[in-house]
Design a protein around this ligand. Sequence first.
Ligand code: SF4
Length: 340
Amino acid sequence: MENKEVLLELKGVQTYFPIKGGLLKKPTKFVQAVNDVDLTIYRGETLGLVGESGCGKTTLGKSILQLVKPTAGEIIYDFKDEFGKKDLRKLTNKEMDIARKNMQIVFQDPHSSLNPAFTIYQSLTDPLKKFGIKDKNQRRKIIGDILEAVNMRREYMDRYPHEFSGGQRQRIGIARALCINPELIICDESVSALDVSIQAQVLNLLKKLKEERNLTYIFITHDLSVVEYISDRIAVMYLGRIVELAETSQIFSHNLHPYTEALLSAIPIADLDRKRKRIVLEGDVPSPVNPPSGCNFHPRCKKCMDICKKDRPQLKKYIINSEEHYVACHLSENKLRENI
Ligand code: SF4
């Protein structure tokens, strides 16, 4: 991306959930869902956040939006003229209300993310009321316009969710996120519950809306084909930590981390003449209550060395093909490059 302008900066973000032992007992164990995440998100980009189920990607998205409270770290959002750069963790409730106007989420399940007892108008009107649009006719106009923007008819606003297909409901979910004009949208597995042909329609719609409205997306998914199609950069997460981060083309052509390599080897190839060696990861993802010492990935890594069991690798920056490429692995740069 040219002219990169930072929208959001995460520094050492941790989100732990206590495991309660009893009524009066203090928790002694924690689920370490997100651990020490440093990440920069640029205005106007789509950042794909990928990893296996349970790697902490959804918790990281919710931590950014303060839907779950991070335990430590800073989440600095640049509100520009509104109130400059602010750590979202330190905002008052009133400031957080204003901040929420800038940040919205599209959930995975279009069936449960809309209230079945509400018409589409009723589902979409509350955020508008909350952000100061008191006039009903004006709200109807905004909702009609936004429905048209997601390729639906404006009169659909008086219908109920059960009258729509899964793809249509997901488009309504996108319309609900868009109606208060946010700049950042977190899409949490937003196309995973849809058929492949409908996925393509929704992805194309998200791309179109991004261009038209200058949006920034964090696209959370376990599906690497989807993330390849939509993302400018990709961050790979494993057991609560980011292990690799680079431009999408770099991740697919010059990935460095053994975990990323294994994830990519599992993508099916349509062309029967092309073959890719499948890397099968042995064992399950370790428990985030007791993550392994050293490199979290070491019990499953075929390239594991002694140092990997003791020392945690930091996310280091490399320059590959003139692009910044971050990877957390003890393999030396030359060894990493042998992976390419
Ligand atoms: Fe594998 Fe060691 Fe690199 Fe971890 S640090 S990914 S165990 S080689």
